[in-house]
Design a protein around this ligand. Structure first.
Ligand code: GAL
Length: 832
């Protein structure tokens, strides 16, 4: 079968086996992983691999089993995750692998669920994760330049990679030890930005591969988006489509691997909500396998939540839902989940053939291509694609293969090259419309409050002093979003400074300015970049105190030398501009510094909370802490916190950071899509939603964070907001819709609840969409009664979408092979 990589425990001599077993790399159940151009070969079996990304710190340990089970149920073979260096080693040499950072436990669960694992160690990960996953303390190492051929960096990187690999080995996590992990990644998309590092970048790539290989893990290493990847690793592709990806040829056995098939996109504060259709994701996957793909990994399968301050930046939102097949809360994002599940089954039905076959391509019309896999024993499996963005096609396959209708921008999968078992544009799965319900027991919150005590910083008192304006993250080491810069100015001649302006040039992301203890203004960068703040100030004779609070909203995670992008008021200038444009440059004044808020530092143990009637509740007041006891919403549905009315800040439930909130930041008001055409190449600004609404209004509170004793919500409100409308809500399926083609087996489920009322059912040629379905010219009169009988009052039901089911012989349309346009459909809408 010819693999270029052999598992460490394959057919080697006893001597080698003995020495490897000393390294902990062999066990009785070792799984051999190798590959060639058309398959991964796992214990001798030729496989195509369907994988999905689930980042363990973006959910909680108690959520993992359900997420993994749903991944398994959808037909995935593997789960992929990065590891997150900044969280695992927040302080140099002090490691944290507890709770939802316990990646060993995560991979053990992966295996228990019958799944393989792919570990992307990085240790740079991008991932819209704070600072791309690198710990801030790296910058304090003398002479360090990260992600390049630099000794101090390579030493730190190797130490961390070795630490992770050693932990994997100790827990027998590699397939070569009988564990789940079949692949490991070193670095991440370095090729995209390598030119920014010159020749040193090329050297670094070689070093990465050598260092990784020397870890001796017994399974192959991959490098993504690395055109010059050496022959010792597998070179892979990331994007919305990777069907035309061709490995560089350095490694002749390099299988075609799609490490990141972006199923949607991430969101930034102020931006609209991205949506990638189920049809287009399925199209991308099917095109990839049609063109010889061997492994497809969904990025993300479950996106989850950027808890605490883990969101990258600038300006990545707290939700990392990603429009993934499992939504932020771990429940099914339908129809995406179901449509891909059916795709997986269709692809897997051809696995034996496509991994040991010759592949031929035939053009059967404009933009319509037939790919035929023929195995040595004569088995056949075909993909029939129409890559045109608007023209549907009906084609006659050569050699009497039959007539097929292929909608624009779709791929059909043909069993035995003669029967359509799947088409990426025909969605035969339910759409779930989610509802949020205010839980009666937690509807009303009684608040206590406390002003953040900023007397010290308003008086100019910091913890250290410098005669210059410092870079923010280098000073704070990102211990907080907040850095206070304070200085004093002596004014003798008040007449020249009567109507003065304070000018601050900052690298962002936000700024509050106080003069003599009074707030003179604040400013937020539109997208997280630099800006100039200018506000009139009133100065008094003698000493004036200038207090500037600089705020970051997630540190950058992408780009060549992204780690060197400045934040805060570094170098300023900060100026006072007086009469006749006379200016006083304060840049090299003596500046006092203080990281963070007092409330943050004291974790609110100190301080006197105030309470009283809602008339006294501070509204619209910045720098305010709020606290409320609450009852846990009943049931098992996921819980969100509705923070509508609040400005910007951070939230904690029983001490667990549920992330930054910023409902005040509203998504752009135009460019949202009423309808979304799946046809044509997707990019992240196509099909966006949520125009003119808060970028993120609801914040996930995992049930694991609740206590059966007392539950406390704490908010730090930075800008000023009104907490009176805050409520805990549960999220569940409110309505189930479908518009399935004749021949389909339609599965419907309220995912927990029961189907209470069939609101619409029509078998024939129904029109419209969920929420506005209408009967068409043909409609089986039995439609309602059949669906009611099968589904009403039940948590789930399955309907065979056939004429027989609806006793509708009089309904016209093709049956079975769904190869014409005028096929019958069943549209249903059911309330849960
Ligand atoms: C890739 C990167 C991922 C993620 C993705 C966008 O460039 O490798 O980590 O950031 O983009 O979501």
């Amino acid at each position: 079968m010819g693999s270029s990589f052999h598992s460490t425990c394959s057919s080697w001599t006893k001597v080698v086996l003995f020495s490897l077993s000393l390294l902990g790399l062999c066990s009785a159940t070792a799984i051999e992983v190798s590959y060639d151009q058309t398959a991964f070969i796992i214990n001798g079996e030729r496989r195509v691999i369907l994988s999905g990304a689930v980042h363990f710190p973006r959910s909680t340990e108690k959520m993992w089993p359900q997420i993994l089970q749903k991944a398994k149920d959808s037909g995935l073979d593997a789960i992929e995750t990065y590891v997150f260096w900044d969280r695992h080693e927040p302080v140099k040499g002090k490691y944290d692998f507890k709770k939802n950072l316990n990646f060993v436990k995560f991979f053990k669960l992966v295996q228990e669920h019958g799944l393989y694992g792919i570990i992307r160690i990085g240790p740079y990960v991008c991932a819209e994760w704070n600072f791309g996953g690198l710990p801030l303390w790296l910058h304090k190492i003398p002479g360090i330049q990260v992600r390049t051929d630099n000794e101090p960096w390579k030493k730190e990187m190797q130490t961390f990679v070795t630490k992770i690999v050693t932990m994997c080995k100790e827990a027998n996590l590699f397939a070569s030890q009988g564990g789940p992990i079949i692949l490991a990644q070193i670095e991440n998309e370095y090729g995209n930005i390598m030119s920014g590092y010159g020749d040193a970048g090329k050297q670094y790539v070689k070093w990465c591969a050598e260092m990784a290989l020397a870890q001796n893990i017994g399974v192959p290493w991959i490098m993504c988006q690395q055109n010059d990847a050496p022959s010792t690793v597998i070179q892979t592709c990331n994007g919305f489509y990777c069907d035309s990806f061709q490995p560089n040829g350095n490694n002749p056995k390099n299988p075609k691997v799609f490490t990141e098939n972006w199923v949607g996109w991430f969101q930034k504060w102020g931006e609209k909500l991205p949506h990638r259709t189920a049809e287009d994701v399925a199209y991308s996957v099917a095109r990839f396998f049609q063109n010889g793909g061997v492994l497809n990994n969904y990025y993300m399968f479950h996106g989850g939540t950027n808890f605490e301050r883990t969101a990258g930046g600038p300006y990545i939102t707290t939700s990392y839902d990603y429009d993934a097949p499992l939504n932020e809360y771990g429940t099914l994002n339908q129809p995406k989940y179901g449509h891909l599940k059916q795709l997986h089954a269709a692809i897997k039905s051809g696995e034996k053939i496509i991994t040991s076959a010759t592949r031929t391509e035939t053009s059967v019309g404009n933009s319509v291509n037939l790919t035929t896999y023929t195995s040595s024993n004569g088995g056949k499996f075909c993909y029939l694609s129409n890559t045109d963005g608007s023209q549907d096609a009906t084609v006659d396959l050569p050699n009497g293969g039959g007539k097929f209708f292929v909608p624009a921008w779709s791929v059909s999968i043909l069993e035995n090259c003669s029967k359509e078992i799947y088409n990426t544009a025909k969605v035969n799965t339910q759409t779930s419309l989610m509802v949020k319900k205010v839980d009666a027991s937690s509807a009303h919150l009684t608040w206590e409050w406390m002003a953040e005590n900023i007397e010290d910083t308003l008086s100019g008192k910091g913890t250290s002093t410098e005669n210059l304006l410092l870079e923010q993250k280098d000073f704070t080491l990102d211990a907080s979003d907040y850095l206070w810069y304070m200085t004093t100015v002596n004014i003798n001649d008040t007449s020249s400074w009567q109507n003065a302006t304070l000018q601050v040039v900052t690298m962002g992301h936000a700024l509050y300015a106080y003069v003599n203890k009074n707030l003179v203004g604040s400013q937020f960068s539109q997208t997280g970049g630099n800006f100039t703040f200018e506000k009139p100030v009133s100065l008094t004779e003698g000493t004036n105190i200038i207090t500037l609070l600089s705020v970051t909203v997630g540190l950058p995670n992408y780009g060549a030398k992204y780690d060197l992008i400045d934040t805060g008021i570094v170098d300023g200038p900060v100026k006072l501009i007086g009469k006749n444009s006379v200016s006083m440059d304060l840049t090299n004044n003596s500046w006092s510094y203080k990281t963070g808020l007092n409330g943050e530092a004291q974790r609110l143990r100190k301080g006197v909370w105030k309470s009283g009637s809602s008339n006294n509740l501070p509204v619209g007041k910045g720098m305010t802490w709020y606290k409320a006891k609450f009852n846990v919403p009943s049931g098992t549905d996921p819980v969100v916190l509705d923070l509508q009315g609040m400005g910007k800040g951070e939230a904690w439930v029983n001490g667990h950071g549920i992330g930054r909130y910023w409902p005040l930041n509203v998504a752009g008001s135009d460019g949202c899509s009423q309808t979304c055409d799946y046809r044509g190449a997707y990019q992240s600004s196509k099909c966006t939603y949520n125009c003119g609404n808060p970028t993120q209004r609801w914040y996930h509170v995992p049930r694991q964070y609740f206590s059966n004793k007392e539950n406390i919500l704490v908010l730090f409100e930075e800008v000023g907001g009104n907490p009176q409308n805050i409520s805990f809500q549960t999220v569940s399926v409110g309505t189930v819709c479908a518009n399935a083609y004749e021949g389909a087996n339609l599965e419907l489920s309220c995912e927990g609840g029961k189907m209470s009322k069939v609101e619409f059912a029509s078998f024939g040629n129904p029109q419209g969409q969920c929420g506005s379905f209408q009967k068409g010219s043909s409609d089986a009169s039995t439609s309602m009664s059949v669906v009611e009988k099968a589904c009403a009052g039940k948590p789930a039901c399955t309907l065979a979408v056939t004429k027989e089911t609806f006793g509708a012989q009089q309904i016209s349309g093709a049956s079975g092979n769904s190869n014409t346009t005028n096929i019958n459909r069943l549209a249903v809408q059911i309330a849960c």
